[in-house]
Design a binder for this molecule. Sequence first.
Ligand SMILES: Cc1cc2nc3c(=O)[nH]c(=O)nc-3n(C[C@H](O)[C@H](O)[C@H](O)COP(=O)(O)O)c2cc1C
Length: 373
Amino acid sequence: MAPPTTDLMLSIEDIKIAGSKKLPLMAREFYNSGSTTQITVTENTTAYNKYRLRPRVLVDVTNLNLTLSLFNQTLDFPLGLSPTGIQGMAHPTGELASSRASARRNIPMAVSSFTSYPVESVTQASRAINPIPHAMQLYTLRDRALQRQIIQRAESSGCKAIFLTADSPVLGVRYNEQRNDFRTPAGLSWPMMNVSSEKIQSQTHDAGFVATNSDAHSWAKEIPWLRSVTKMEIWIKGVLTAEDVLLAREYGCEGVIVSNHGGRQLDGVVATIDALPECVKAAEGKIRVHIDGGIRSGTDMFKALALGAECCWIGRPVLWGLAYNGEQGVTRVLDILYDEFKRCMQLTGCRTLADISPAVLAIIQADGRVAKL
Ligand SMILES: Cc1cc2nc3c(=O)[nH]c(=O)nc-3n(C[C@H](O)[C@H](O)[C@H](O)COP(=O)(O)O)c2cc1C
């Protein structure tokens, strides 16, 4: 598609094009790519296209309620910012800008352990505008003391939840990082990880990951330990199967995020929208089920809610917004998604989130016929 000729950013695709153009090759490919053959990163988005909408008409849609209650707060609409590392590479204001834009739109934000700014500064940035809930993303680390320190810093700075990223015992294979010899640019650090700039520069992402992350993690080792060190909610990020939803329930987790790390871990795993129905079924309403991966429009959000997700999260659109125009760029991303989601509700005759049920969806079958769900 040709890049937009004016500064009019009408869609997430416009912002993707404009933001990507501003990034050097190494950063652009690091942000935009998935692992190996790019099947999952692509399918995360295209899988939404097999669904069509079944609108109801002549419904009074003057007064809609898009709000949801999460982490004991009322939020503007069912969207959050997924944790993405090194936002300072997209724009010097990085996570501070994302936090401020989230506050303006009154939605939650998850902070990566590889944030370019300390969690204290990220939570503080939004507080002056609107005290939105933040979650702290955590990997299972070899160094328990460091892991504990991250948790304590997050809790002291007001974070409401830990998002334990469970899909990364080792790093996915990312050809772009190898081809470009990806390194976090000089001048950017990882203030939550206690690692010097020199060390960051000296290691590839893969080598650093192996040195830091534990591949010996398990449900039994991680969840009871997390419970013993924090009062924050515990969510598992990276679940794709009913079996793992059942385990998350068994271990008393508050929520799961159906996620494949934006197609950056194992290429060939199912698109998240395709994994969602079995996860929702296994949850039986006993654990919160959220989703990320490939969500690029308010209609995608609407489809995910119709299939049972309580809330959607986005990764790359925020990075594109940052690269395009810092805080204003992220604000534009969030406003586009808000407006598209609201209009989709109006044009399908849904007045509340509870109205968004499987009845609003049809699926295109293999023979081309469209069927109700
Ligand atoms: C550049 C980049 C960095 C990421 N860093 C992290 C991370 O540090 N921790 C994590 O759990 N997920 C990370 N993710 C995955 C996101 O949290 C999220 O699952 C994914 O981006 C959602 O897909 P989307 O980008 O298609 O919206 C990262 C994703 C990207 C694109």
